[in-house]
Ligand binder design. Sequence first.
Ligand code: SF4
Ligand code: SF4
Length: 346
Amino acid sequence: MYNYSQISHVHFEPTQRCQAACPMCDRTNNSHIKNAEISINQFKQIINSDFVKQLRSFLMCGNHGDPMIAKDTLEMYKWLRYNNEKLHLQMTTNGGGRSDDWWKSLAEIFGEHGKVSFSVDGLEDTNHLYRVNVDWKRVENSMDVFTQAGGKGVWVFLIFEHNEHQVEEAERMAKLFGLEFVRKKSGRWVQSYKNKKVDKKITIKGKEIKPPTEPKHQNKSVNRYDKLIKSHGTFQEYLDKTKIKCKSIDTKEIYISAEGLVTPCCWTAGNLYKVYEKIGQNQIWSYIDDVKNINVLYKPLNEIIEGNFFKKIEQSWNLSSCTQGKSKVCAEKCGTGFDAFGDQWK
Ligand code: SF4
Ligand code: SF4
């Protein structure tokens, strides 16, 4: 795929903890998630100073937690900044926590080379409908304190039926904070494991969440899904046939989870712990001989990146079908004929 010395971007999940319960998040109601978290000492061993120096960007986000919640997030960013003053630091968060001092320190460490993505899907009366348990006053305060302290950031607004009337108002508010504004059109309305589109999600509070109604707010790939099925018969047929262009090879990226598992991307990692499957059931496990062999708390990072798991995934791309071993998650996320992820931003 690539070797250790070529890696220039890391997507890191410091924790599996989060105060929220978003209905489309892989952590919500997921009994496989044990609230794992990486400590600052472990972090310094995993991401050693030489490795930090070779990187161009470092994102803290993850499949199952919010970096704002992790105990050592600030110390981790300090370590990265200390070892590489130009490294582009990024963090994705729901923004609903932490003290003023914490946000000020974050702004200072990031400086000119970094950005926080605030995932805020609406205003005072709507954000909590999808971002269940997120307190609006705290979100507003975090964005305010962080930007007042000179922090650079972007407000990422996930559009639904219940908030699409507020997109322009939120954009105006983002400008007042000095934040960029991005409209995000979820591709998660296509659920490949069910081989179908879904038209609603129910939150733990019983609220129905629906896709936006205005075409300009909708994900183009989701809208093209029916056409795709017409031309291929089933979504699985499409996955069997599509060519794969690996996004992580393009960006020279790796993903590291809060358990220390190293994978090429967050999607391959996310498939290890799907809420609707038992551990070991998902195809991704068939590329793993022993899970400790992809855990950076047990094995050096370079050996994992250049080891069997990464090789087996890449080799699978040319197999004739997913039943024959072609990676299903790769075909879904990086197949050249359907890109619901890329279309989130268009
Ligand atoms: S804020 Fe992020 S990590 Fe937390 S539940 Fe929502 S999507 Fe998941
Ligand atoms: S899903 Fe597969 S093909 Fe896509 S980035 Fe991850 S490893 Fe690469």
